[in-house]
Design a protein around this ligand. Structure first.
Ligand SMILES: Nc1ncnc2c1ncn2[C@@H]1O[C@H](COP(=O)(O)OP(=O)(O)O)[C@@H](O)[C@H]1O
Ligand SMILES: [Mg+2]
Length: 461
């Protein structure tokens, strides 16, 4: 047999057996759950099912993206004229996550050795009308207009956060004689298309659930450490976010208390003091409606933090407020909430030569997977300090009332968002701004986490 004939032979034999294809053609070793999932596909094909729907709900890092990368290659390699479309919440997710995995697997495979097709950034092309391609709602030009006379596959990665219109726009692909419609995600709240399909999708949907314990039981490196760290990071074994990311359980989207009263009480009863670098958070109001301007001065040590003073006033003229803030901060750098009124105050402080920097609650957080914006991330940092008992707060009754009235809630994307009470919690905001961006996490912050992750990835490679 020539090498071409051998390829034809192996592609024929793996036509309905993605697990065998993964081993023989892609030369990968599947994880236990991936193998079972691929075998379920084989079993369904053997039963004559030609319209297969799958729903994968897993913990973080289970190998979902890897699994569907294998399936995309399987479909295109075994079925002339097949078309596969992959989508994700963002173009970045399509290109950087799924397609880099497809390229990696392709490059290690027999397909590459035999020059089967051409792999581009977000496309695998065999010839006209025979391909796999990536698309997303922020790059919608490739979403529509795919039809195959033979076989089509739709992959929806991180499906919980994929906009509804993407599902609608790509539905036309599924008019082929044979179809695979595969949705994968870590779960978020109990609504949206991903949840609905799980609950109301009917018996013909092939459902797979993978938990962190499955991965640990299989001995996958790093998973036990991930679990220990996640319990700590997400606030305990019963925390909703932990249950979702470790056990693939849907989150309850009820609002939760951001700062439980008992933690706030403890912080207000602490008696130690911190000799750390000082920073002042400045929440600016132009009071007509009773909002206060607040300056909170905080000292942040390596372990402990202390809010040393809280100065509050009502003043309509922001330039007068600027002067009061300078006195309250006493030379300490002011971090100013720069949205709305704050912008002019900040500019004026800078023009005066007073040390000042901007704070924007709506900025992108460091951890874009967990938090909707910077405020949510920084509020969560304060929550962690309160939970660990490493924060001292001034015993101020208004501050306490504002803190306990603040709530958090997961969005459909699974990201946490802060819900402010109807009365603007100015004192709480001042405290959050003063403590922002210096997380009291054991790991020493996100930069170190990223560095560690990169190092372990390199070591694994
Ligand atoms: N069978 C496998 N063989 C080798 N590496 C794998 C396998 N399954 C997953 N991985 C790797 O594990 C990491 C996490 O997998 P990924 O597919 O990104 O998880 P998820 O999408 O579920 O978060 C990736 O680096 C991926 O390459
Ligand atoms: Mg993934």
């Amino acid at each position: 047999m020539t090498i071409q004939e051998q390829l034809v032979d192996i592609l024929t034999r793996t036509h309905d057996d993605p697990a065998l294809f993964a081993t023989a053609v892609l030369r990968v070793k599947l994880r236990e759950w991936q193998r079972r999932f691929f075998q379920s596909i084989r079993d369904r094909l053997a039963r004559g099912i030609r319209h297969l729907k799958a729903h994968l709900r897993t913990c973080h890092g289970a190998g979902k993206t890897f699994a569907v990368a294998c399936l995309v290659l399987w479909l295109v390699a075994t079925r002339p004229e097949a078309r596969a479309l992959t989508t994700a919440p963002t173009w970045d997710g399509v290109e950087r996550l799924l397609w880099s995995e497809i390229a990696r697997v392709y490059n290690g495979s027999l397909l590459r050795d035999l020059k089967f097709g051409t792999i581009l950034t977000t496309q695998l092309r065999i010839r006209d009308g025979w391909y796999a391609i990536g698309a997303s709602s922020d790059r919608p030009e490739n979403l529509e207009g795919h039809h195959s006379p033979v076989s089509a596959m739709r992959i929806v990665d991180e499906a919980k956060a994929v906009p509804d219109e993407v599902f609608t726009a790509t539905q036309g692909l599924l008019d082929a004689p044979e179809t695979f419609d595969i949705w994968i995600s870590t779960p978020s709240i109990q609504s949206g298309k991903f949840f609905e399909r799980d609950v109301n999708g009917g018996d013909d949907v092939l459902r797979v659930v993978v938990t962190i314990d499955d991965l640990i039981a299989e001995g996958i490196p790093g998973k036990a450490e991930w679990k220990a760290n996640a319990i700590e990071e997400y606030g305990g074994e019963t925390a909703e976010e932990y249950r979702a990311r470790a056990y693939a359980e849907y989150m309850n989207d009820a609002e939760g208390a951001l700062f439980p009263l008992s933690w706030v009480d403890r912080a207000m009863a602490q008696e130690w003091t911190v000799e750390g670098p000082l920073l002042a958070g400045f929440d600016v109001a132009g009071s007509q409606d009773g909002d206060e301007s607040v300056v909170a001065v905080a000292a942040i040590g390596p372990e402990l933090a202390e809010v040393k003073s809280l100065t509050c006033w009502r003043e309509r003229d922001t330039m007068i407020s600027k002067g009061r803030a300078r006195v309250a901060a006493g030379g300490v750098k002011l971090r100013v909430d720069g949205i709305g009124l704050g912008k002019g105050v900040l500019d004026s402080l800078v023009a005066d030569g007073y040390p000042a920097e901007e704070y924007r609650a709506s900025d992108k957080p460091h951890d874009t997977e967990r938090f909707a914006n910077r405020k949510a991330e920084d509020a969560w940092g304060v929550r962690r300090r309160l939970e660990n008992g490493t924060l001292r707060l001034p015993a101020d009754r208004t501050l306490k009332a504002q803190l306990v009235a603040m709530k958090y809630k997961p969005l459909p994307s699974g990201k946490l968002q802060v819900i402010d009470p109807s009365d603007s919690p100015d004192r709480a905001d001042g405290v959050i701004i003063a403590l922002a961006g210096r997380k009291a996490s054991k790991s020493g912050g996100w930069l170190e986490l990223i560095e560690r992750e990169n190092a372990s990835r390199k070591a694994a490679a």
